[in-house]
Write a protein that binds this ligand. Structure first.
Ligand SMILES: NC(=O)c1ccc[n+]([C@@H]2O[C@H](COP(=O)([O-])OP(=O)(O)OC[C@H]3O[C@@H](n4cnc5c(N)ncnc54)[C@H](O)[C@@H]3O)[C@@H](O)[C@H]2O)c1
Length: 380
């Protein structure tokens, strides 16, 4: 079988995780990377032994040996670069959010429809954690009963000091939202994916917790502490905290909150689903287990074990019970699911997020921003 040759654009924080994931997937060859920060790209190529290094999007797109490209650039570049990748006839794996506006997301869907040979995925990587898939399998087997209430959170602390800074706070780079677009997008994607419900009404409160920040004059890597160097005081427009109440198309109700100013949390991403028979919950910081709640106290904690996991979840786990699999493994599973779908001639389930799925998350993000602005429910 011919391997799928892959390139990556953007060698910042998440670009490195894409390198590691691709290196673990036997059906792909990672052949090239590109970054406008060429020194950074050269350093990553040296570290990982990558054959070809490019300085620009156009150079990597002109490489005829490349079949697929990952877009790991900041949000405002997703619309333009994703279009270029599709028009070059290469499969697209875009980082989330798909775009910064729903109008742009729809444009990309239209453009992709002109290129039926091109497949596309947006990297909502948490979907492919085996215990998340186990919860989805149990919900689909009706063991939970009717989905009634969905709650949860995604909390981090990387913006808790006024010396912390990220392009995610700038509307021109990130879009009109920080916390919802950045991490709320993962939360909304995962709960829709596991329940099969769509969020159709939202009421939101968005808060800029630190209104003025010390923006470093030297570009700082995502999630890295300030180096104490020179800075400029900068007014913050986007939110670091958001609370959202919602309703779904199948009659469930819910609430979630996201925070990037929660001391002690790196990736406290979790949800609980209450059904008419059972409850299930999962939390990324202990991601090898799911909790089952039952009235009467007969609750259970299920630990990931390839021997006992549901049959259709087995492809997403391999290590024996007690040997931790985690964030990187779910990430790899998601990228593998995308390329396996292509390698199998586009047959079977698209378990990864499609452009349409991801466009809906952008639409929800816009509705949440609008609800906060007008202090009203917004129906989609
Ligand atoms: N799926 C996840 O869990 C996850 C986690 C983190 C980030 N992300 C997403 O990944 C994207 C990148 O985030 P990050 O934290 O890695 O950002 P980053 O700022 O650390 O890295 C972005 C990189 O893109 C490069 N770049 C900018 N413009 C470019 C251009 N025109 N051509 C080529 N390279 C260019 C920059 O030089 C930088 O190296 C964002 O959209 C973010 O939402 C996803």
């Amino acid at each position: 079988m011919k391997k799928i040759n892959v390139g990556i654009i953007g060698m910042g924080y998440i670009g490195e995780s894409h390198i590691e994931a691709l290196r673990r997937i036997g059906i792909c060859n990672l052949t090239a990377i590109a970054d406008t920060n060429y020194d950074l790209a050269l350093a990553k190529a040296e570290l990982y032994g990558i054959e070809k290094v490019y300085k620009s999007v156009d150079e990597i797109l002109a490489d005829k040996d490349i079949d697929a490209i990952h877009n790991c650039t900041p949000n405002f570049l997703h619309r333009e670069i994703n279009e270029k990748i599709i028009r070059a006839g290469k499969h697209l794996l875009s980082e989330k959010p798909l775009t910064t506006t729903y109008a742009e997301a729809k444009e990309l869907i239209d453009i992709k429809s002109e290129y039926p040979e091109v497949e596309a995925c947006v990297n909502f990587n948490y979907r492919l954690n085996p215990m998340v898939q186990e919860i989805k399998a149990r919900i689909h087997r009706d063991e939970l009963g009717d989905v009634r209430v969905i709650t949860g959170q995604y909390q981090q602390d990387y913006l808790m000091y006024d010396t912390d800074y990220s392009w995610r706070l700038e509307p021109e780079v990130a879009g009109a939202s920080c916390a919802i677009a950045d991490i709320g997008s993962h939360w909304m994607d995962i709960v829709q994916h596991i329940t099969g419900h769509k969020i159709v009404s939202v009421f939101a409160d968005l808060v800029t917790v630190i209104p003025v920040r010390k923006k470093p004059l030297n570009q700082k890597e995502t999630f890295k502490d300030s180096d104490g160097g020179e800075y400029v005081e900068t007014k913050v427009k986007n939110e670091e905290y958001a609370a959202v109440i919602f309703k779904t198309d199948k009659g469930a109700t819910g609430v979630f909150h996201v925070s990037e100013v929660a001391p002690g949390h790196g990736c406290y991403f979790g949800f609980e689903v209450n059904g008419s028979k059972e409850s299930y919950s999962w939390n990324q910081e202990q991601n090898d287990r799911m909790w089952i709640g039952r009235r009467g106290g007969n609750n259970s904690l299920i630990i990931r074990d390839p021997n006992t996991i549901s049959a259709d979840v087995k492809p997403y786990t391999s290590l024996a019970m007690g040997h931790p699999e985690g964030w990187n493994d779910a990430f790899k599973n998601n990228i593998y699911a995308f390329y396996k779908y292509i390698a199998d001639g586009k047959k079977g389930e698209r378990i990864f997020s499609t452009l349409e799925d991801a466009a809906y998350i952008v639409k929800l993000t816009e509705a949440i921003v609008e609800s906060n602005k007008n202090k009203q429910w917004v129906n989609l």
